[in-house]
Ligand binder design. Structure first.
Ligand code: PGA
Length: 257
């Protein structure tokens, strides 16, 4: 099943790395991943997008952003527009990351407008969804996921859906060292794919890569990626260290715990 979809290893640097630090990391990474068969994405700070996109231009590494506004321009102090990111060289954008949802209060309606703007600005959206620990304990994880996913992707055409990426990131696993087991993650990925199939049809659902995120490490990547509905990983903390990220990128050769 997953042969139809690309494997994507994505790093999310969050608010880490200056331009110089990013350049050093990326130069080494480019050399180390030339022969890797799958796609490597890096969501970097805004200031690093242009220099890193230039550096990555002849490589198999794709540079993107971590957020954007839903407007094309305007009086929104401190915000950034999709077309500014495209111009700087970004090719994708993370939208609806749980840190945006829970720290900055962004709801799925806002995320949905950003997703539409991203398509208009030629950016591939990686749309993040995931339940909190409390929601999981209350037994409403699927309901939360359904609401976030369908509301964030509302109104997309099948064509748009097929070029989007979904990331399932349980909030209780982000930066906590707790990872969903591969079985738990697979169940949720399967659930997300069913939701997409119900709304956009089976053929479309089979094409959408669904990434897992939440304390991904070199030791658990291979097991996660063995699951039929897990098409890649979105890595925060472990994408900051060169060695750990490289081991994740080379997950086929990394020893599982
Ligand atoms: P983590 O972050 O790998 O540090 O848990 C993942 C994410 O927030 O995308």
């Amino acid at each position: 099943m997953s042969q139809k979809r690309p494997t994507i290893i994505a790093g999310n640097w969050k608010m880490h790395k200056t331009i110089e630090e990013g350049k050093q990391f990326l130069s080494e990474l480019i050399e180390s991943v030339r022969e890797v068969g799958h796609q490597v994405y890096l969501a970097v700070p805004f200031t690093a997008i242009q220099p890193l996109s230039e550096l990555a231009s002849n490589s198999n590494i794709v540079i993107g952003a971590q957020n954007m506004n839903d407007a094309s321009e305007g009086a929104f102090t401190g915000e950034i527009a999709g077309r500014m990111l495209t111009e700087a060289g970004a090719r994708f954008v993370l939208l609806g990351h749980s840190e945006r949802r829970y720290i900055f209060g962004e709801g799925s309606g806002f995320v949905n407008r950003k997703v539409k703007r991203a398509f208009a600005d030629r950016l591939q959206p990686i749309v993040c969804v995931g339940e909190t620990k409390h929601e999981r304990e209350q037994g409403i994880a699927e309901e939360v996921l359904k609401n976030q996913l369908l509301n964030s992707l509302e109104g997309l055409t099948s064509e748009q859906m097929e070029s989007a990426i979904v990331a399932y990131e349980p909030v209780w696993a982000i930066g906590t060292g707790l990872t969903a087991t591969s079985k738990e993650a697979e169940e949720m990925h399967h659930f997300c794919r069913r939701l997409i199939a119900e709304k956009w049809g089976e053929a479309t659902a089979e094409k959408v890569p669904i990434l897992y995120g939440g304390s991904v490490k070199p030791e658990n990547t291979r097991e996660l990626l063995k699951q039929p509905n897990i098409d890649g990983v979105l890595v925060g903390g472990a994408s900051l260290g060169f060695e750990s990220f490289l081991q994740i990128v080379n997950y086929q050769n990394t020893v599982c715990r």
